[in-house]
Design a protein around this ligand. Sequence first.
Ligand code: TYM
Length: 350
Amino acid sequence: MTDTTAPAYSGPKRIFSGIQPTGNLHLGNYLGALKKFVDLQATEWETIYCVVDQHAITQAPDVWGGPELLASYTRQIAAAYLAAGIDPKRSIIFAQSAVREHTELAWVFNCVARMGWVERMTQFKDKAGKDAERASVGLFTYPVLMAADILLYKATHVPVGDDQKQHLELSRDIAERFNRDFNVPDFFPVPEPLIKGPGARIMSLKDGTKKMSKSDPSDLSRINLVDDSDTIAKKIKKATTDPLGPMPEDVKGLEGRPEVENLVGIYSAVSGESVEAVVAKYAGQGFGVFKPALAEVMVAHLAPITARYREIMDDPAEVDRVLRDGADRARAIAAPIMDEVRRTVGFWGA
Ligand code: TYM
């Protein structure tokens, strides 16, 4: 886990992160984000984990499921948080839309962020595709809402996968610009991304140059957190490798072999063994040996999470209770910070 340079800001250290309730979580979400959320509970820091349902609606309703499904998808992500090991007493778990200050701060930040900064965001270009004119305005300002999510809690550290790096840079720019424009030095911390580690960029099992993603039409390209043991074993068996021979003798031998590098990275992230150790263990072995071993460590790690997830989903009222309690606790932190922002901006009555 990286702890990059400490911010100048002298307030409490606080972790914030979020996941969108759009479809099943996959191994990339788990290793890039959720597993880190769990691990960070071992620190002294406050940990706040959000289900970002307002981000979900930036795409067309058929992408996020529509109004009948949104609340249940939110519950599913909260259940995955709990199943993975987030303790609702230790951490705050809540839905973004339940704390209205997120969108209020996002508006102020829309007026702080510059068009040029947001236009540079590559994820908008990827998600909007060729027809950017038809994308929602919300999809364009999506990273501004993300900055509001983080800074509404004056969060100092944000665990995310590598694909969110650019969005985090924008959050940093917005924090600095707000502090400067309103002459309130250090009002907002400049949040540090926590990205490093072998899980930060999990690639498709079918193409080592594309990231594992919910939107890939091929289910064989990803491991879903709800996949059963047989499905995991089948997907690993069918994972693309390359014709460049067996497992490499050393880490350098992973160069130019993105599919193999990805599988080794997954093994390392799931088992906690370093990439070097995994390469040494399977040096020169065929994939007929490595793949079943990989499937085994994955099943050993994921099966208990999947089982807990199913149990938790049998009691949706309990998940709702966790989300309600989390929203109350999140609001208690967010509301006074938003009041300060209102006063700082100079709004009437603030
Ligand atoms: P989302 O919902 O797309 O993804 C959730 C988390 O999973 C990570 N991730 C991956 N990590 C490694 N390999 C992959 N293939 C992979 N695919 C996804 C993402 O990096 C992310 O950490 N914008 C965010 C949600 C968000 C947020 C925030 C995050 C909204 N507000 C505030 C942090 C702080 C997103 O769309 O994540």
